[in-house]
Design a protein around this ligand. Sequence first.
Ligand SMILES: [Zn+2]
Ligand SMILES: [Zn+2]
Ligand SMILES: [Zn+2]
Length: 164
Amino acid sequence: MTERQPAAAFPPPGHNHKSCVELALERAERAFEAKGLRLTELRRRVFEEIAGSHHAIGAYDVLERLGAKGTRLAPISVYRAIDALLSAGVIHRLESRNAFFACHSAHAADRDQLILACGQCGRVAEVPGRSVFEAIGRALRQARFQPDRTVAEVTGICGDCRAR
Ligand SMILES: [Zn+2]
Ligand SMILES: [Zn+2]
Ligand SMILES: [Zn+2]
């Protein structure tokens, strides 16, 4: 299966973000289908809020934005939708900020991706980092340490912000 992917981890400012969202939505539909689940109306709307930019947003912001559009929801409904989107792999959690961002690349497992967060424009991107996780795995085995979660987030300044 071939998938179109954005050329850069951080797409250039002024890119057609509508097409990012469309692609991400298509992938989300397939991901839910593959798990025998449905991308319900609520899940889709939550996903669209999160995918609306390349920034990470918190659950409360999702709730507020939907509220501003006239959809008042109980926080628990939004949390549940976010959990479903997380486990389908179509959004990820930016652990350091407890916020969520949409996945814009077609990768297999979360643990293969490094997460880059720009402190200037606030965008979040993913890059392949399998060898990093393999090295961490080796170090953990040597330490006889059983991990439950490995977080690989790098904060810094993206190329577009540096060029400014
Ligand atoms: Zn975009
Ligand atoms: Zn991803
Ligand atoms: Zn930036």
